[in-house]
Design a protein around this ligand. Structure first.
Ligand code: G3P
Length: 219
């Protein structure tokens, strides 16, 4: 299972790339806007930090032909780039075309099992179901992750399930439990998920006991 960082903040990506925990980054127009500056430079900085990581970059055009042209240009930024395209029916023909042209796609803003099936049929690299935004409208995105996983396994689709819009450590836990291929998380969730009070407490206790031996050098 892979973990992606859901941000365009280069300093955070640098910090987490050094830990070896993250396998990629998912950006979106909101993240790139928040980071500021030239978005192409930001994307290149991220690519340099994670030379073998998978970096998702979303289209900003609206009209299908313009989305197609932009997707080709985004994909040309590097071999590890995935192009994010929203899961809306007017883009189905260009999604099909881009897949045939071996452009790696991460289909974003996925909210139903049936959308997931359609995108898996088209052979995209990843689908991104948005769990937190389903919770915002009182829908159970975690159950849907289980349904998507069941569908993927039942029909043998190769499309990866990328759990997105995870808002809590519990969401991350539940996404792992559902057997997703990737979970993309904020630095805040990742930070929280690395910690447990009993780990710190255990280190302190071992240290206190060890000092009782009075050994200066070991081994
Ligand atoms: O990966 C998608 C994510 O950036 C959206 O999260 O919290 O805005 O729904 P959120």
């Amino acid at each position: 299972m892979k973990i992606f960082l859901d941000t365009a903040k280069v300093s955070d990506i640098k910090k987490w790339s050094d830990t070896g925990i993250i396998d990629g980054v998912t950006t979106n127009p909101s993240h790139l806007s928040k980071e500021g500056g030239d978005p192409v430079k930001v994307i290149k900085d991220i690519m340099n930090l994670l030379p073998s990581g998978e970096i998702s970059v979303e289209v900003t055009e609206k009209e299908p032909q313009a989305v197609y042209d932009q997707a080709k240009k985004i994909a040309a930024l590097g071999p590890n780039i995935l192009v994010k395209i929203p899961c809306t029916e007017e883009y189905y023909p260009i999604i099909q075309k881009l897949v045939a042209e071996q452009v790696k796609l991460n289909i974003t803003l996925v909210f139903t099992l049936i959308q997931s099936l359609f995108m898996s049929k088209l052979g995209v690299t990843y689908i991104s179901p948005f769990i937190g935004r389903l919770a915002d409208i009182d829908e159970d995105g975690i159950s849907m992750l289980h349904e998507i996983k069941y569908m993927k396994d039942s029909y043998g689709f190769s499309t990866g399930i990328l759990a997105a819009s995870l808002r809590t450590v519990e969401h991350l836990h539940e996404a792992i439990e559902a057997g997703v291929d990737v979970a993309t998380v904020s630095t805040d969730i990742l930070e929280k998920a690395t910690k447990h009070p009993l780990t710190k407490q255990g280190i302190k206790q071992f240290d206190e006991d060890w000092k009782k031996l009075g050994i200066k050098q070991f081994p």
